[in-house]
Write a protein that binds this ligand. Sequence first.
Ligand SMILES: Nc1nc2c(ncn2[C@@H]2O[C@H](COP(=O)(O)OP(=O)(O)OP(=O)(O)O)[C@@H](O)[C@H]2O)c(=O)[nH]1
Ligand SMILES: Nc1nc2c(ncn2[C@@H]2O[C@H](COP(=O)(O)OP(=O)(O)OP(=O)(O)O)[C@@H](O)[C@H]2O)c(=O)[nH]1
Ligand SMILES: [Mg+2]
Ligand SMILES: [Mg+2]
Lengths: 278, 299
Amino acid sequence: VGLGQKIDEDLLEQLEEALIEADMGVESARLLMEDIRKAWKGGEIETGADIFPFLKADLKHRLSRHPVSLRMAESGPTVILVVGVNGAGKTTSIAKLAWIMTQEGRKVLLAAGDTFRAAAVEQLVTWSKRIGCEIVTGKAGADPASVAYQGCERAVKESFDVLIIDTAGRLHTQKNLMDELAKVYKVIGKVVPNAPHETILVLDSTTGQNAINQARMFTEVAGVSGIFLAKLDGTAKGGAVLTIDRHIGIPVKFVGLGESFEDIQRFNAAAFVDALFE
Amino acid sequence: NLTERFREAFKSITGQSKLTEDNVKDAVRAIKRALLEADVNLAVAKRFVDDVRDKALGAEVLSGVNPAQQFIKIVHDELVALMSDPSSRDDEGRVRINFTRSRPTVVLMAGLQGSGKTTTCAKLAALLVKRNKVKPLLVAADLQRPAAVEQLKVLGKQIGVDVYAEEKSTPPTVCRNALDFARKNANDLIILDTAGRLHVDEALMKEVSEIAKLTEPEEVLLVCDAMTGQDAVKSAKAFDERLPLTGVILTKLDGDARGGAALTVKAVTGKPIKFIGVGEKIEQLEEFFPDRMAGRILG
Ligand SMILES: Nc1nc2c(ncn2[C@@H]2O[C@H](COP(=O)(O)OP(=O)(O)OP(=O)(O)O)[C@@H](O)[C@H]2O)c(=O)[nH]1
Ligand SMILES: Nc1nc2c(ncn2[C@@H]2O[C@H](COP(=O)(O)OP(=O)(O)OP(=O)(O)O)[C@@H](O)[C@H]2O)c(=O)[nH]1
Ligand SMILES: [Mg+2]
Ligand SMILES: [Mg+2]
């Protein structure tokens, strides 16, 4: 143990502030410092020089507990539902997922489930052309559940390996829109057993503490199973995913590093944690 | 309410006749925590509570007033003062847009990806048609996002406003040509919709700075997402350094984000928050009220 030596409070304060500035949130950062103090008292950390490596190792361990691979269907198409608040990066992230799956030799189908926003369908159609995958679209203003339904039917009928469903941006505080999403989720499950196999929540890395509310509310209506952390090529650290991990346990599966369909990487906990403190 | 939430932290002020360094220590810490939970940037929050502590110290507790309530009022008033900008209001207290008579007024919208620029361009056009009876021209200067031009065209059609777009071009060229087009088309207001960009993307920051030099806008508005966290300090500072910002529009305030980014952006740029987006519909753009924002940030 530090032989009764007092823990370096200045260092702890510096680390706590770094975590707050990374959007981990003041309460989560405080709890983490408490964990460090316990580890210091318990002799797990011996010297001041061990504090920072211990912290990083602890965070890396937390974020590595869950598999980052996508859950695939045992047979038939794997259905991925993509959700999130307005402007988070859903449509672009779908293009990236489609690209990665196509590179893996899978037959990918997209469903333009945002039937509300101006030029939303056109945006995804453009991506489908660039990537070379098929897409299901509905009439303007069509019920999103019907587009999801058509997507599922076609995916099964034409033996697609993967179906990725785009949805309109919505704030988790809009009850009618969250009800609409719950309906889409239900319809998918009716057409394809055990679907959606993944519900991916797209989070903007620049989002602060509101990310935790988003994760909670979207999980309630659509069973979020993974996070796509978009716009990590900016200066924001995306630390809110640490708080989401602590309180809700949803794993980050992908990160977005730009605006092209190739700007996607599978989540790497070690790289993410190192970057938090840079 | 805030006083109840901070009852524990404010215990040391209760019953006191004067606010001292010692008895406001817990209260100041509680305020700093509340601001951080609301996503106010750490450095901005620290500076703010220092200012509040200075204002609070030595204040005689007004008779008949609960000292905690008096402290909260100091915090609230200080927040409102920080986010206010009287010079951006006209005599009737309405948000001022710097209209010019000598040529079409130019408004440049800039900001990070997905913050709500394109939607806000249409909202602002509709609001100014109603309020100032102008004939706006929306300019589709985002040539990089798939269907961005189409998005603005659809919105323009919805509100009956012309949209200027070019097929194979560059954003600065589109903007320059739009100015010429506006004169011929008798538009007295031009709103330039630009592509979302990262403040660390040197090429794109240079491009938007070039557009500003070319078009000399009367208004350069930073469109910022209300749920932005600590990063607001970096992006706001960068945009303020590269552009002659005249104001900020905070979007998606119809959500439950506390909106601390409002304080961060105002503190860092000194530029007024002029409007807020409170929904996806065209009419959901309102004038910014600092006292409402202060209450929201404090939770
Ligand atoms: N730099 C960067 N930009 C991104 C990334 N992901 C998405 N974007 C950009 O963010 C903006 C919004 O992306 P969209 O895909 O339209 O977001 P969305 O969630 O589908 O938006 P709505 O459907 O309107 O809710 C676009 O300009 C994208 O190019 C990323 O990883 N990095
Ligand atoms: N709920 C809500 N949604 C908004 C608000 N303002 C914009 N949006 C939505 O946010 C999403 C992004 O809006 P855009 O106008 O495409 O954003 P942008 O800044 O132009 O995006 P890029 O051009 O890709 O950088 C869309 O789904 C809009 O409908 C608002 O005030 N409230
Ligand atoms: Mg979309
Ligand atoms: Mg846009």
